[in-house]
Design a protein around this ligand. Sequence first.
Ligand code: GLP
Length: 238
Amino acid sequence: MNLPRLIVVDDAEAASAVAVARVLALMAAKPQAVLGLATGETMRPVHRRLVEAHRRGAVSFARARSFNLDEYIGLRPGHPASFASFMRRTLFDAVDFAAGATHLPDGDDPAAYEAAIKAAGGIDLQLLGIGGNGHIGFNEPGSDVASRTRIVRLADATRADNAPAFAPDPVPEQAVTMGIGTILEARAVLLIATGGAKAPAVAAALGPAITPHCPASALRLHPAAVIVADRAAAAGVS
Ligand code: GLP
């Protein structure tokens, strides 16, 4: 087991720059790469930088494929708070993925998502955020390290964190997410954590042992996971 390598930078902009540099290096080396993508506020500057890089001609996604971590269950198609909508607004509509090359999991057939990832040759680089409770994707505390793509019930804390995107409507109670086992099969994993609200989760992720209380602590089962944190998010790491 290897603790993830921790890279501490000044702020969220610097963290997104580190992440995007990794994506651009991968895309330069392997234009047909399979990207594991994530949503959430943490990813906004990452996606903005990827769009900027694409506009200045520094990267093309024309031969790439992508698989997102997770999606809510029960939202009407096109719901603005769905992760599919978030991805279109922040990235997909502004870059050049081919039609059908971007994927989000579907609660109707989680096993098909696993099969599609395998058929694509596996994920080359999985980007991750982290929940305030240590979740990765929507693998909430208590998730098994060997878990696969499946339907999950969201933790109350997660529903509260994500409530602003849905207000005044309630946050869905269920989601479909890649499992921790699915995430750990990516050839590279890069978790980005920014802001002081993530400090306890980052500290627990890098704590003495894998704990079901912090799903991100399972990243030490990956041979080369990296955590990029800003100073605020890294503040609790001893
Ligand atoms: C969300 C997503 C995660 C994300 C996390 C943090 O609910 N399911 O993939 O990493 O919570 O979100 P944020 O970046 O908005 O803090």
